[in-house]
Design a protein around this ligand. Structure first.
Ligand code: SF4
Length: 252
């Protein structure tokens, strides 16, 4: 079963295509928890749930009441009728972790329809789930934002860094780039080592570093130290424009 948490038409707030008008599909479910990010969301029953800034798209136990069950591809395609778009439209598939549905026939049909309609598809993925590019060639038409998690996610290195999968996604996709979320306190020599141990799996892939934070105050606090870090290392700084503009508001 595929779960859709929300859809919205906005601008891409981070990474290589920052500022590009994009239709977002946020799918429910993830193979990681990333409680180290420390974002807190209140569930319907009042429970405080800790995780990443999209914990409501990760934690099925507490947030499934707002997840929509997708049983037919038409449910996803009908979303296009709800907005007015320019001719060229980027589609961003995010989550949660959208690749947990990578082998689902309905999901594959959705991707094939999007590419047939000339949409650029970008996956925002944690790069820990393998994709069969030979069996499902539609993935070769997609862009992958490889948001490999760092130690600050609280996940073990064996769960969050899968070198062979990083290499496969970067080498088979139409385009790929690394995207790391970094807070001021993480900027140490250990961070250099950590990032190098990840990008070694695809050394020619561009690196974007974004300030960590689920709200505007945290993003702003982490911005200047991260810009200095990027200048020092030669990495690209990426803002998190949506959080800076809309703060914690979802679906914008
Ligand atoms: S991998 Fe991404 S969506 Fe999943 S828990 Fe971590 S930050 Fe959240």
């Amino acid at each position: 079963m595929i779960y859709l948490v929300e859809h919205f038409y906005s601008i891409q707030g981070e990474g290589r295509y920052v500022g590009t008008p994009s239709l977002f599909f946020r799918f429910g479910g993830c193979n990681l928890k990333c409680e180290g990010f420390g974002c807190v969301e209140e569930a319907q029953n009042g429970a405080k749930v800790i995780g990443c800034d999209t914990v409501y798209a990760v934690n099925k136990e507490h947030f499934a009441h707002s997840w929509i069950e997708i049983t037919q591809v038409e449910q996803l395609l009908k979303v296009f009728e709800l907005y007015e778009f320019p001719e060229e439209l980027d589609v961003v598939l995010t989550g949660g972790e959208p690749l947990i549905y990578a082998k689902d026939p309905l999901f594959i049909t959705f991707l094939e329809t999007l590419t047939k309609n000339n949409h650029r598809i970008t996956f925002e993925t944690n790069a820990t789930i393998d994709v069969d590019f030979e069996k499902y060639p539609v993935y070769k038409e997609c862009v992958f934002a490889l948001s490999v998690k760092l130690e600050n996610s609280g996940e073990s290195v064996s769960k969050r860094v899968k070198g062979d999968i990083i290499n496969s996604l970067a080498s088979n996709a139409k385009d790929a780039f690394f995207k790391f979320s970094i807070d001021e306190d993480s900027i140490t020599a250990a961070l250099d080592e950590e990032i190098e141990q990840i990008i070694i799996h695809s050394p020619k892939t561009a690196v974007y570093c974004m300030p960590l934070g689920g709200n505007k105050a945290d993003v702003e606090k982490n911005t200047l130290p991260l810009i200095e870090y990027c200048k020092n290392k030669g990495y690209n700084f990426s803002d998190r424009l949506h959080i800076r503009i809309w703060d914690e508001n979802k679906g914008v």
